[in-house]
Design a protein around this ligand. Sequence first.
Ligand code: QV4
Ligand code: CA
Length: 388
Amino acid sequence: MKFFLLLSALGLCWAQYSPNTQQGRTSMVHLFEWRWVDIAQECERYLAPNGFGGVQISPPNENIVVNNPSRPWWERYQPISYKICTRSGNENEFRDMVTRCNNVGVRIYVDAVINHMCGEGGGAGTSSTCGSYFNAGNREFPAVPYSGWDFNDGKCKTSSGGIDSYNDAYQVRDCRLVGFLDLALEKDYVRTQIANYMNNLIDIGVAGFRLDASKHMWPGDIKAVLDKLHNLNTKWFPGGSRPFIFQEVIDLGGEAITSSEYFGNGRVTEFKYGAKLGTVIRRWNGEKMAYLKNWGEGWGFMPSDRALVFVDNHDNQRGHGAGGSSILTFWDARLYKMAVGFMLAHPYGFTRVMSSYRWPRYFVNGQDVNDWIGPPNNNGVIKEVTNY
Ligand code: QV4
Ligand code: CA
């Protein structure tokens, strides 16, 4: 009885912080912009035999199709509906991937874009990955459905309707992040639509979620959505297992919103990790690897059991998001391997490795003007990942 109580207490505390990986598997890989059919094969031929715990996938829900520039990777961060229908594949391919990966013990984590829909300037029509109609100007997304009531237009207090200051938590959460139509997450209707989407994925067999743009959502609203989520599919997970949650909050210090506000919901991305590790391995600012002795909380990072860590991510690999010039990427191959090797060997946080694609970097005044380029494709159709 005592043992049972202890176990259930452990289960409760661990819950959404546990990646639901198999014993001894301590890392996930982000297969950025990969197709579901390729991920299924990668689970079977490489990830399972090499001890990977899981895969973070690109957003699986229908998104806007951007033609100018031509099919950028970032169009996937502008949802049109919650249909599983993108350049990575359709719902059948998604189900097949989840099943095959779970069957070899590799978990799937979905990148959930739930703070917003497409940009206010997204226009009207059916330029979407599944052909669903939408009208951004009228706030109409009938394939969900969402309408004007479901957005924060009335709540945001800035005259631009956008986020003018990151020192004001209300703006950051209630106004439009670079123009994206901001969902009114305090509404039960909106929470329910989002939870239905996530529950569909959970029932298919996914093990957890990256919550995109979490800084732009109130922690209490996120909690209300999470409270509606099902337990994981018992075909692969013990009864009562909760989805793993990691929230994208960029907190390098000095802003109104801190990572710790989100600890109650799940883990949080620790962006200081890659920024500092890059500085150390590059030997900038007098740093050296000997100083890594107290790496982790000793460096002012969040508690290890709340941290999701990585050397680089899909944003700061190409100059988006945060981290700055110290971030190491595959463009600095030797130093990058040192950083990733160190990360995987060190016990702090739950680790994520980055796997993406090369693009023709082209700097103009220090800015990569090709930072938008999408995955290798034939006329927009993502190419097969070849097996070397
Ligand atoms: C343009 C103008 C804006 C204008 C707007 C008006 O530049 O000045 O206000 O139009 O409509 C794309 C374009 C961007 C464009 C916007 C709207 O790059 O220029 O604005 O669309 O049409 C990714 C990319 C963004 C991209 C977005 C959606 O990084 O460039 O925007 O996808 O397509 C902060 C956040 C953090 C965020 C990070 C990048 O706190 O949450 O910025 N990170 C996550 C994802 C990231 C994604 C988003 C959030 C948005 O990791 O990949 O943004 O879902 O730090
Ligand atoms: Ca918001």
